[in-house]
Design a binder for this molecule. Structure first.
Ligand code: ZN
Length: 360
C-alpha cells in the first residue's frame, strides 16, 4: 500500500473554472479535449485531476481560490475590480461544492473532520475510487476580499488558510518580485485572521512582509509552496534566515515542482526540463537544505503547485501525472531518508501542523 500523500498547494478550482478542465475525468481525456487548443502554453499538458490524485494516494490537499485585482491586465487570474475577483473566487467555491455533491471531494475544516477523513483513507478495504479527496480551502492572495468583513463570510464557507499576496502589487500586501511592508489593510486583516485562528500562508510575501508577518502574527504559519533561495537565488524562494524563523515557529514548508522554482537555469515558458535534465530528485536538494538548517526532517512536505499555470512543459521530466509523487519514496530511500522521515514528508508533518493549529 502506498503512503498517504498530503499536497499543500493545488489550484484545482482555477483549473476547473478558468482553464475549463473537468477534473473528474481521467488525465488522458482532459488532455485529449485540449489537443486543438493553443490559448495557453500548458494546454494538453495538465498533470492533475481527481482520478490521478486517487491513483497517487493523495487523499488530502490544500486547494485554493485565486483571483488577483490588477486593472488593465489581461493575464490569467487578474481582474479589473475587487468585486470581479471576489465573484471569481465564488465561482471557484461553487465548483468545489459541486465536487462535494458528487462525492468527489469533501471539505475539511476542523480536527474532527480531519480525523474522520484520515480513518477513511487508512481503510484498505475501501478502494480509493470510493474515497473523496479531502480539501482544506485556502485563498492565495487576499485581493478578492472586497473589504475585511468578507473574511468572515469566507471563513463561514470553510476558508482556513490565507496568503496576503500573490505576484506583484496587491491590495493588502505586495507580493513576489516586489518589496516593502504589508499595507495597513493587510495588518488589519491579520488581526481578524488571528481572531479566527486561520493559518497564515507566508508564500508570496515580500522579504519585508515576511519579517513583519512573523513579528505580528501569533496564529499558525506555514509556507505552502516554497523552495530554497540558496539553491534558486530569486526573491520567490526562502532565505536561510527565513527558513530558521519558520522552523522556530514549527512551520512546515511545502516543496514545489515548478521547474522555475527548482533550478535557477530554468526560464519560465522558454526552457525545457528534458534538456536541462530537471528531475523530481532536484526537489530533494531543497529538502536536504531545509533539513540541515532544522536539524531534522520535521519541517518539509509537499506543496507541489502542479498545474499552477504550467503543465508538463515546466515540471520535472520524470513526472507525467501527480500520481508520480509516489516516486519520491524510491528517491528519498536512495538519498538516505528513513521510513519515519518519509512518513513525515509524505503526510506526517502537515498533519502534525494541522492537529496543532486546530486543537485550539
Ligand atoms: Zn503560488
Amino acid at each position: 500500500m502506498n503512503r498517504l500523500i498530503v499536497d499543500a498547494h493545488l489550484d484545482l478550482a482555477m483549473n476547473a473554472i478558468e482553464w475549463n478542465r473537468d477534473l473528474s475525468l481521467p488525465l488522458a481525456e482532459i488532455r485529449q479535449r485540449e489537443s486543438n487548443m493553443a490559448d495557453r502554453p500548458d494546454r494538453g499538458k495538465g498533470t492533475v485531476c481527481l482520478p490521478a490524485l486517487r491513483e497517487g494516494n493523495v487523499g488530502l490537499v490544500v486547494a485554493t481560490q485565486l483571483a488577483r485585482y490588477r486593472p488593465s491586465s489581461y493575464a490569467p487570474t487578474a481582474w479589473n475590480s475587487p468585486q470581479q475577483a471576489w465573484a471569481m473566487t465564488q465561482a471557484q467555491l461553487a465548483w468545489y461544492r459541486e465536487m462535494e455533491a458528487l462525492g468527489e471531494m469533501v471539505q475539511i475544516t476542523d480536527l474532527a473532520g480531519l480525523e474522520h477523513h484520515l480513518t477513511l483513507w487508512a481503510d484498505e478495504q475501501i478502494a480509493n475510487s470510493k474515497k473523496p479527496i479531502g480539501y482544506i480551502l485556502s485563498l492565495e492572495g487576499a485581493d478578492s476580499l472586497v473589504n475585511i468583513d468578507y473574511l468572515y463570510r469566507a471563513h463561514d464557507e470553510g476558508l482556513r488558510a490565507l496568503g496576503l499576496s500573490h505576484f506583484g502589487p496587491g491590495r493588502y500586501a505586495d507580493g513576489t518580485k516586489t518589496s516593502g511592508q504589508i499595507h495597513l489593510e493587510g495588518l488589519a486583516l491579520l488581526k481578524v485572521m488571528g481572531e479566527l485562528n486561520m493559518i497564515l500562508d507566508v508564500t508570496h510575501l515580500t522579504d519585508d512582509g515576511f519579517e513583519q508577518a512573523l513579528d505580528v502574527y501569533e496564529g499558525p504559519i506555514w509556507a505552502s509552496h516554497h523552495n530554497v533561495r540558496a539553491i534558486v537565488p530569486n526573491q520567490r524562494q526562502l532565505t536561510d534566515g527565513q527558513i530558521k524563523k519558520l522552523v522556530s515557529r514549527d512551520a512546515v514548508i511545502g516543496g514545489m515542482l515548478d521547474c522555475w522554482a527548482m533550478d535557477i537555469r530554468f526560464i519560465d515558458t522558454v526552457s525545457d526540463p528534458w534538456q536541462l535534465d530537471i528531475r523530481l530528485e532536484h526537489l530533494v536538494d531543497h529538502w536536504d537544505h531545509i533539513c540541515q538548517l532544522a536539524g531534522n526532517a520535521h519541517h518539509i512536505g509537499i506543496g507541489s503547485d502542479l498545474d499552477g499555470i504550467f503543465g508538463t512543459e515546466q515540471s520535472p521530466w520524470d513526472m507525467d501525472s501527480i500520481a508520480d509523487l509516489q516516486k519520491f519514496e524510491a528517491i528519498l530511500q536512495r538519498r538516505g531518508y528513513s521510513e519515519q522521515d518519509m512518513d513525515n514528508i509524505f503526510h506526517g508533518n502537515w498533519l502534525r501542523f494541522l492537529r496543532g493549529a486546530w486543537a485550539k
